[in-house]
Design a protein around this ligand. Structure first.
Ligand code: CAA
Length: 259
């Protein structure tokens, strides 16, 4: 297995777990960390034995944002030419398998944005979300101005982006940023159990379901419904679709082939 310096990876059954691990910098997302994250996601994407990924940090920080010390001397030319906040980051939103963010502690700036790139967020009761870039004289650069309003609506997104304030876990759940809120001590059990449940479904069915839900954010209702209908029809080509329906009729558990 590849040795990483800024992340820890493991698999539990069909669940791939990636833990951001730069404790001295509250998991600030430096270039090396994000590059390693991209590699780990590629590895899980191509591993047929992985059906769902959990992305997490420490009890204190999911991630406190892009690495401010690393970026503070960069010029416009630097960030434009290297396509800063793109390489590695895009893997989180482009992975085709389901991915859950398990967030404890700070999820700020790029950390909040990275959590929002995942399919859904399970948060511990100590989680704090925010887009504090405005306090640094800049703006969110990893999708925050676009994804946050889609999760929480314009009013709260503007409030967070313009004031830079943090939102606690209760507020994050009540406004729809977070799908489930659990006590800190139960975060990983809940996230892994949820990922195991998803990974226990037919892999191609979960991939198609994810793609269809994501289409809702990219298109009109009519086109989205058409996309859903066509991909629903396409699932009839899956061996697992036939198995799932036969298993229901036979009153037995489906034996997926992930085909
Ligand atoms: N980048 C680099 N280093 C960071 C960091 C970051 N985003 N966040 C924390 N650190 C470092 C601190 O500098 C500190 O290092 P030293 O011990 O060497 O001084 C260490 O992590 C611990 O942090 P604090 O001492 O500040 O811890 P705290 O508990 O007092 O405060 C905090 C925690 C409120 C999260 C505070 O660290 C903080 O405000 N961090 C910055 C949050 C931020 O502005 N994030 C947005 C970054 S910009 C961005 O993400 C752009 C984008 O959209 C892609």
């Amino acid at each position: 297995m590849t040795a990483y310096e800024n992340i820890l990876i493991e698999t539990k059954g069909r669940v791939g777990i990636i833990r951001l691990n730069r404790p001295k910098a509250l998991n600030a997302l430096c270039a090396d960390l994000v590059r390693e994250l991209g590699q780990a996601l590629d590895g899980f994407e191509s591993d047929l034995n992985v059906g769902c990924v959990v992305l997490t940090g420490s009890d204190k920080a999911f991630a406190a944002g892009a690495d401010i010390k690393e970026m503070k001397e960069k010029s416009y030319q630097d960030v434009f030419l290297e396509d800063f906040i793109t390489v590695g980051w895009e893997k989180v939103s482009q992975i085709r398998k389901p991915i859950i963010a398990a967030v404890a502690g700070y999820a700020l700036g790029g950390g909040c944005e990275m959590a929002m790139m995942c399919d859904f967020i399970i948060a511990a009761d100590n989680a704090k979300f925010g887009q504090p870039e405005i306090t640094l004289g800049t703006i969110p650069g990893a999708g925050g101005t676009q994804r946050l309003p889609r999760f929480v609506g314009k009013s709260k997104a503007m409030d967070l982006v313009l004031t830079g304030r943090m939102m606690d876990a209760v507020e994050a759940e009540s406004c729809g940023l977070v799908s489930r809120l659990v006590p800190l001590g139960q975060l990983m059990d809940e996230a892994i159990a949820t990922a195991e449940k998803i990974a226990g479904m037919s892999l191609p069915a979960t991939m198609v379901a994810k793609e269809a839900v994501n289409r809702a954010f990219e298109t009109t209702l009519a086109e989205g419904i058409r996309f859903e209908r066509r991909t629903f029809h396409a699932t009839f080509a899956f061996e697992d679709r036939k198995e799932g329906m036969n298993a229901f009729a036979d009153k037995r558990k489906a034996a997926w082939k992930h085909r």
